[in-house]
Design a protein around this ligand. Structure first.
Ligand code: ATP
Length: 299
């Protein structure tokens, strides 16, 4: 995440870009006693991002304002917003009486498997740790992150790509060539992550993520695209047939092997050039798809 600090008219201010993520690989390995699932997933940040601005409040209050061009009705504006939950958790954990005004410009589609809420929460932990001069150890921030959601620790780690295991909170950074062009599209409406996991099937013979990492690391993008995998996709398609229609639509575009990300509903395809990615995104919008962006892997 990119963090810019400046002294604004209302005091020290931080502006941070909070990236979305794509799962290039996701295997569900088992059910755990705590109700979560055991996963192996390759998470990579993308250039699609929300933006957050943090300014100190003279009281302990946490004030959040959400902004955005689209429909913000799916984004809770009060105590349920993960930004507010992250700020309160930090206050509780440290006992600080400092507060913050937070502006959130929402661009990442909600409930789309792009971890928009998780990246906002991670950004809030990292930014307020700095604004409030708390100086928490990275392990402390990671354990607070895991309490807010399975994907939050990945964004707190600040790495652009990692294999995530456990319920997603065990982060093993990997070095991959970043900047690959990608087109991301979402059908109208999202899916609840909990519902998708409730219905998902466990892999009888789990695949390994390693061949994909080897192909990406050595720049064999066409081979890599054939190794992209998401074992939640059949379940999500059964719950929301528009995902299958979107995948079919994307597979007729100059994109390599389209795949759904996370628990859906967004899907993506790698592309051989940025120019082609932007042209493809424009064409898809012209064909009536409302939520399409061209971007790049890594931030
Ligand atoms: P996951 O990280 O579980 O894969 P997702 O990417 O599919 O989630 P999100 O966009 O994170 O989905 O939204 C999941 C839910 O979190 C939404 O239904 C929304 O009500 C809630 N939520 C809370 N805070 C936020 C936020 N800052 N941005 C988006 N959604 C939020």
């Amino acid at each position: 995440m990119r963090l810019d600090a400046y002294l604004g008219p209302e005091g020290p201010t931080l502006v941070v870009h909070a990236p979305a993520k794509l799962n290039l690989f996701l295997e569900v390995l088992g059910r755990r006693g705590d109700g979560f699932h055991e996963l192996e997933t390759l998470m990579v940040t993308v250039s699609l991002h929300d933006t957050l601005r943090f300014t100190e409040e003279p009281t302990p209050a946490i004030r959040l304002r959400c902004h955005g061009r689209g429909d913000l009705s799916e984004v809770p504006s009060g105590d349920d917003n993960l930004v507010v939950r992250a700020a309160r958790l930090l206050q509780e954990h440290t006992g600080t009486s400092r507060g913050a005004r937070i502006d959130l410009w929402k661009r990442i589609p909600v409930a789309a498997g792009l971890a928009g809420g998780s990246t906002d929460a991670a950004t809030t932990l990292v930014a307020l740790d700095r604004l409030w001069e708390l100086d928490l150890a990275p392990e402390e921030l990671s354990s607070l992150a895991a309490r807010l959601g399975s994907d939050v620790a990945f964004f707190v780690s600040g790495v652009p790509a990692a294999i995530c295991r456990g319920r997603g909170e065990e982060i093993h950074p990997v070095r991959l060539p970043l900047g690959l062009p990608v087109v991301i599209a979402r059908p109208s409406g999202g899916l609840s992550t909990a519902e998708v996991f409730r219905h998902c099937q466990l892999a009888a013979s789990p695949r390994s993520v390693q061949p994909l990492i080897d192909a990406l690391a050595t720049g064999r993008i066409a081979a890599a695209s054939r190794l992209l995998h998401n074992s939640l996709q059949p379940t999500a398609e059964a719950l929301k047939p528009e995902i299958q229609q979107l995948i079919t639509h994307l597979s007729h575009q100059p994109l390599l092997q389209p795949l759904m990300t996370g628990s859906g509903t967004a899907c993506f395809g790698l592309c051989v050039s940025h120019r082609l990615a932007h042209r493809t995104a424009r064409r898809l919008r012209g064909q009536g798809l409302a939520h399409v962006v061209a971007g790049r892997l890594g931030t």
